[in-house]
Design a protein around this ligand. Structure first.
Ligand SMILES: CC(=O)N[C@H]1[C@@H](OP(=O)(O)OP(=O)(O)OC[C@H]2O[C@@H](n3ccc(=O)[nH]c3=O)[C@H](O)[C@@H]2O)O[C@H](CO)[C@@H](O)[C@@H]1O
Ligand SMILES: C=C(OP(=O)(O)O)C(=O)O
Length: 430
């Protein structure tokens, strides 16, 4: 199993190209199930989750071809272009062996139901950050006329006469359930109105792609989305938006180590709340023509309290990274997690490096310390793992992060990107 070894102490200086967003690429790829025509996606990141989803889609009958080059360290925005074609759906079952590895693969339920009027999808896996139920998907799809049962770990859904548009109000904001409702309602008969929809940029990206395929979606990016169902969708070409979580992660790494880094191929408007928190912590962030510049001089890190919330709030996917930054603040910061009930698994690992963190329910009290000391660490989820990398970048001596496969789910060539900016970081294979 690969590990990442870091020798802390170097400031980061240089340029980091930001990849296409994992959390946009996944639903966009799944949207290819909605049409027998070719959906071409540009800027698709090379990540374990993307490869896994390609396998899952292949099981349903999606063919793919890859063109374009892999993202080179020196050039932003030149990620892969992948052409997905689901001429016919050969299987409407998404089996446990495939779906259990990745939460988002469950979302195939939406297009399968819409196009084939039936789907049998295993209950999902994904990062172990909470119980992560699927009740909102079930309620939402039932509102569109689907009949749904749970049988032996599978959701079995049918809509013999096709899905029918309806009004549905989410009792709680869900990114995944909003993606699924957009895809399902695009091929339903009549109008669907979704209230309390997620407003994440990845929702907007999916809606734009679906509209390019012939869907009629209005209001994506607000909490009310209206979809006029259409008979069929066609192919399209769409560029995956930049990864705001990767962007925020590297911005936090620079805030941690000090230095001056340009994040290329990204946009500040994708993560305003997190950038405001970073600014309050002492980093300077400015727009550049093709991204942003993050800079922190020799001044210390100021403690900042944050509370995670659905977009446009502070993203839960940056909570662990921000906590790593706060371990070196000049004072005490409080970090409250409101989205997932078990997303503090980095706390005990950060403590191995000398961090002083205490937990009380969903709130972490982080008392900044003047020094972290390298140690072997291990994390059980994607963003927790990268928070350990950020801490390792300033820890004295050597930090070894185990279970790198978590990182490979969501960070493209992390060690290369950080290494090019002066970090002493390497992957140890095997
Ligand atoms: C692949 C992807 O895009 N993953 C992101 C997506 O996950 P995901 O789409 O799984 O997250 P949701 O927005 O659905 O989850 C938000 C909250 O709603 C709850 N919930 C969700 C569905 C449901 O049927 N019932 C229910 O109670 C969840 O347990 C959680 O407490 O959004 C999360 C919140 O921004 C991010 O952390 C993940 O990185
Ligand atoms: C939690 C995440 O992913 P998933 O929803 O696929 O588990 C994430 O991207 O941080």
């Amino acid at each position: 199993m690969d590990r990442i070894r870091i020798r802390g102490g170097n400031a980061l200086n240089g340029t980091i190209p930001i990849s296409g967003a994992k959390n946009a690429a996944l639903p966009l790829m799944i949207a290819s199930l909605l049409t027998d025509d070719t959906l071409t996606l540009e800027n698709v990141p090379h990540l374990a989750d993307v490869e896994q989803l390609i396998r899952i889609l292949g099981n349903h009958g999606v063919d793919y071809t890859v063109s374009g080059k892999r993202l080179a360290t020196s050039s932003a925005g030149s990620g892969r272009t992948i052409h997905f074609t689901a001429r016919t759906i050969v299987d409407t079952t998404a089996p446990y062996e495939l779906v259990s590895k990745m939460r988002a693969s469950f979302w195939v339920i939406g297009p399968l139901l819409a196009r084939c009027h039936k789907a049998r999808v295993s209950l999902p896996g994904g990062c172990a950050i909470g119980t992560r139920p699927v009740d909102l998907f079930i309620d939402g799809l039932r509102a569109l006329g689907a009949e749904i049962d749970i049988d032996a770990g599978y959701i079995v859904a049918e809509a013999p006469g096709g899905l029918k548009g309806n009004r549905y109000t989410f009792p709680k904001v869900s990114v995944g359930a909003t993606h699924v409702m957009l895809m399902a309602a695009s091929l339903a008969k009549g109008e669907t109105v979704i209230e309390n929809a997620a407003r994440e940029p990845e929702i907007v990206d999916l809606a734009q792609c679906l509209n390019a395929m012939g869907a009629r979606i209005e209001g994506a990016g607000t909490s009310t989305i209206t979809i006029q169902g259409v008979e069929a969708l066609s192919g399209a070409r769409h560029r995956v938006l930049p990864d705001r979580i990767e962007t925020g992660t590297y911005a936090m790494a620079v805030a941690m180590t000090g230095g001056d880094v340009t994040l290329e191929g990204t946009r500040t408007d994708l993560l305003q709340t997190a950038l405001t928190a970073l600014g309050d912590a002492g980093a300077e962030i400015t727009d550049t023509p093709n991204g942003m510049r993050v800079y922190r001089n020799g001044n210390g890190i100021r403690p900042v309290d944050v509370v995670t919330d659905p977009f446009p709030g502070f993203p839960t996917d940056l909570q662990a990274q921000f906590m790593a930054l706060m371990t070196r603040a000049d004072g005490v910061a409080h970090i409250t997690e409101t989205i997932f009930e078990n997303r503090f698994m980095h706390v005990q690992e950060l403590a191995r490096l000398g961090a002083k963190i205490s937990l009380s329910g969903q709130m972490a009290r982080v008392e900044g310390v003047p020094r972290l000391v390298g140690a072997p660490v291990m994390a059980t989820d994607l963003r927790a793992s990268v928070s350990l990398v950020i801490a390792g970048l300033v820890a004295d001596g050597e930090t070894v992060v185990n279970r790198v496969y978590h990182l490979d789910r969501g960070f493209e060539r992390l060690e290369e990107k950080l290494g090019a900016c002066g970090a002493e970081i390497e992957r140890i294979s095997g």
